[in-house]
Design a protein around this ligand. Sequence first.
Ligand code: TYD
Ligand code: MG
Length: 455
Amino acid sequence: MVRIRTVYTCQGCGYKSPRWLGRCPDCGQWNTLVEERVVEPGRERRGARPAQDPRVAPLPIGAIQSQAEARVRTGIGELDRVLGGGIVPGSLVLIGGDPGIGKSTLLLQAMEQLARDGRTVLYVSGEESPQQIKLRGERLGVGAPTLYVLAETCLERLLEEVERLSPAVLVIDSIQTIYTAEVESAPGSVSQVRETCGKLMTVAKGRGISTFLIGHVTKEGAIAGPRVLEHMVDTVLYFEGDRGHPYRILRAVKNRFGSTNELGVFAMKEVGLEEVTNPSELFLSERPLGVSGSVVVPSLEGTRPILVELQALVSGSSLALPRRTTMGVDHNRVGLLVAVLEKKVGLHLLNQDIFVNVAGGIKLVEPAVDLGIVVAVASSFLERPVDARTVVMGEVGLAGEIRAVAQVEVRIREAEKLGFTRALLPERNLGRLTLTSAIDLVGVSAVKDALEVLF
Ligand code: TYD
Ligand code: MG
């Protein structure tokens, strides 16, 4: 027996309610419940299954055959690394990012590489016509004979083509534009996205087709649609960057087949995305030398250190509540570090506007950049430039102490490679360090000491 039922689904979190509600009781957002009709299949007997299904019998872990995962390299090194060493056959990868950031461009370029290796690749677009894709492709020099393009928004029809073509890799651009006839709500709604993703997953796993899904992001920057989307797929990547800058960062936030700390760096050029194999050089290329408020920090993103310039501008404020503006670093973290400077070092920052920025539009999340923020703010406030050949690293605690950071060796090596001559690092790290380096290493245990060394 099949029943049709009306439910109200929250477009933010996927919460279901039999009645309409103004506010979702689960995620607390207002006006997100949308009426949807669902077709319910007849009830199955709970737990009914074939008696001798080998999949359901528990096995000792030692008896399970391990499979060597054969990864497929896309030929775009930065993408391969973020994926964990290449595409795993049959895996589902979700790529999110702001509109216009370059998601379609990245995947079209990757598909071209795969097609050139002789693989059949299908690029399904629900957003652009084949002519538009062709136009973009011409700029990118795309034209492999086994790269197929399909403009389609109906899931069932596109799956027919998948059946016919049997591609090794499939791209869906974007998941929010695809609909299945089985769900009545509009494309892009929670039920549609969940249902289409589920069906694509069945096909991907069943036939071993590696599938890339492009996902739109909401105003808040999360991939639109329910969280379940992120739970269903194997890998979630975010493509981010500042549209005013050419640099684009590809970051893994979930990866069943690799580390989530890896980062790929690209530059958007006239002829598409170009890999940036030495990002430190790029991020430092426009650094002003000998000015106050600028300092270089070796930040570690996954296995790769990147040297970036932190900038701060501190200027007297006429506001009752002085401004604290941050770009690329956590706002609250900056507030905390400014308080440490105020209380533990005695800098009078209360009546100052403070702006902190990471050059190049990159985002820094690890606490090892704390000392960099502190130094940049102090440098701007004191109007004393930091020596241009010095890097700083260290986590700062509320007592003004400098705490140890991970993988100092890697950071120092990178600084050395780019011609830096001095590194300020936590005292604790220096004690344990065994490397011999041409670089001058200075251990510091409190913010006060660090500022004394530098200014
Ligand atoms: P696109 O891949 O369409 O972004 P998304 O799919 O994430 O929405 O990228 C569009 C932007 O990239 C557009 O603003 C133009 C720019 N671009 C270049 O600068 N060079 C190029 O070769 C291409 C194809 C796009
Ligand atoms: Mg696009």
